[in-house]
Design a binder for this molecule. Structure first.
Ligand code: SSA
Ligand code: ZN
Length: 451
């Protein structure tokens, strides 16, 4: 039974990954990454990405973007452990239903374990493939009342899944990744609104990146599941209802048997430039984990035995997979707000270097310019370089465009005399003459409006 089910799971995955693993989009992404120095990998840790400084800038922007949206939607961010004892994974159901996709962790020196015990469960840990158990544990730590629901936790933890080496693909299927994960603990009356909010957030988020072609799928009960069929049917009906009612989704399709082991889900898929589909966002309705973790809240009438419902959701899906989508979507031509190379200043000759560096300091913002010993926590800080090389202006400009800088700023004698700089964008030869202050405010406006 187990083997058959695993076979089916692998099989559905293979169906998806025949699309996902197409080498063409992966290769293009690698080529852009190599040129722009965004990420790298090493055989010492297959399927785990090293994000280089410029790639990390993009990743941090995505995280900051999502943190800000989530505050608006009432999420509270938490930080949770990476390893949990086997006992916890047995309780959550991952041990029976997800173990093959997990990494086991044991200390080399067992004598360091606090409680010497015969049981393997006392010293064997699993590296988490999901954040849901941690969030259920936090919910269970306190007495909960109906008037605090929905409780919404978000988490950007590292997750590890022991994906088959043959299934690994670029940034889209990796072993270590970070979801923009969220878990909503609520009651039945909240479900529709919470799912609608998430669908709105998904649509609006993708819209910021100019991605408007989105497909929605309802993934139903897999062969390997926990709980009662009647509960599953109820959850699936509920999701169908929201999908039908939601003006955001338009039409949607069914993926039979592709739900999570704990509940059915709405999966959101994007298609890349090579016509390959990638599952990014997901919304999952779960009546099972609250039962396994014995989650309870006190209702308005004072009754204590009320079980919340759990909604799992991710908007980007994982930062790694979404990064791959963006690489493919922009082909390295990042919009200013997320560009790891926002501007380069080119002093025409040596005598202009001082002014160039002055402008660089200004655009790099409050953190660098702080007069205090300790830099402030927030402020606008743009990624601006100065190209002081002796090469011709034409050559340096051409290289700057090829490297993907959004703006090229020239400074020469005439500019110094006028107290301005000559600024042009990557895509338009038209030059404007702006003061340092005007450039700084232009950049602030671009970042604020996600351009
Ligand atoms: N527990 C839920 C979220 O609360 C969960 O983990 N759901 S999920 O398994 O469907 O994963 C969510 C998203 O993570 C997926 O839609 C996909 O975008 C991303 N993801 C899953 N596995 C991988 C992987 N191996 N590599 C990159 N991204 C992944
Ligand atoms: Zn989850």
């Amino acid at each position: 039974m187990i083997i058959r089910n695993i076979g089916i799971r692998r099989c559905t995955r293979r169906l998806l990954s025949t699309n996902i693993r197409d080498e063409s989009s992966t290769n293009t992404n690698h080529a852009i990454s190599n040129k722009q120095l965004l990420y790298t990998t090493d055989a010492a840790s297959p399927g785990s990405i090293f994000f280089l400084p410029h790639g990390t800038r993009i990743l941090n922007k995505l995280i900051q973007f999502m943190k800000n949206q989530q505050i608006k939607y009432g999420f509270q961010e938490v930080v949770t452990p990476l390893i949990f004892k086997t006992k916890l994974w047995k309780k959550s159901g991952h041990w029976d239903n997800y173990k093959d996709d997990m990494f086991k962790v044991v200390g080399f020196d067992m004598s360091k374990e606090e409680i010497p015990h015969e049981s393997i469960e006392e010293h064997e840990y699993g590296l988490k493939p999901m954040n849901c158990p941690s969030h259920c544990m936090i919910f269970a730590k306190f007495d909960r009342s109906y008037n605090e629901l929905p409780v919404r936790y978000s988490d950007f933890s590292s997750l590890h899944r022991n994906e088959a080496s043959g299934a690994l693909s670029g940034l889209t299927r990796v072993r270590r990744f970070h979801q923009d994960d969220g878990h909503i603990f609520c009651n039945v009356s909240h479900i529709d609104q919470e799912i609608k909010n998430t669908l709105d957030l998904i649509k609006n988020t993708y819209g910021v990146f100019g991605i408007n072609e989105v497909e929605y799928y309802l993934s139903t009960r897999p062969d390997k599941y926990i709980g009662e069929i009647a509960t599953w049917d109820e959850a699936e009906t509920q999701l169908k209802k929201v999908l039908d009612a939601s003006t955001e989704t338009g039409s949607w399709q069914i993926r039979e048997g592709d739900g999570a082991f704990y509940g059915p889900k709405i999966d959101v898929l994007l298609t890349d430039a090579f016509d390959k589909k990638h599952q990014v966002g997901t919304i999952q309705l779960d009546f099972q984990l609250p039962k396994r973790f014995d989650l309870k809240y006190v209702a308005e009438d004072g009754s204590r035995n009320n079980q919340p419902i759990l909604i799992h959701r991710a908007v980007f899906g994982s930062l790694e997979r979404f990064f791959a989508i963006l690489l493919d979507h922009y082909q390295g031509k990042w919009p200013f707000w997320i560009n790891p190379r926002q501007a380069v200043i080119i002093p025409i000759n040596e005598s202009h270097i001082e002014k160039a560096e002055e402008l660089q300091r200004k655009l790099c913002g409050d953190i660098i310019n702080s007069q205090d010993e300790i830099s402030p926590l927030t402020g606008f800080n743009f990624h601006v370089d100065v190209d002081k090389r002796a090469a011709t202006v034409g050559h340096r400009t051409k290289e700057a465009i090829q490297s993907g800088y959004s703006y090229i700023i020239l400074i020469g004698d005439k500019d110094i005399a006028n107290g301005t700089f000559s600024i042009r964008s990557r895509d338009d030869r038209k030059v404007s003459n702006l003061t340092g202050e005007e450039i700084y405010h232009k950049f602030i406006d671009l970042e604020r409006s996600y351009q």
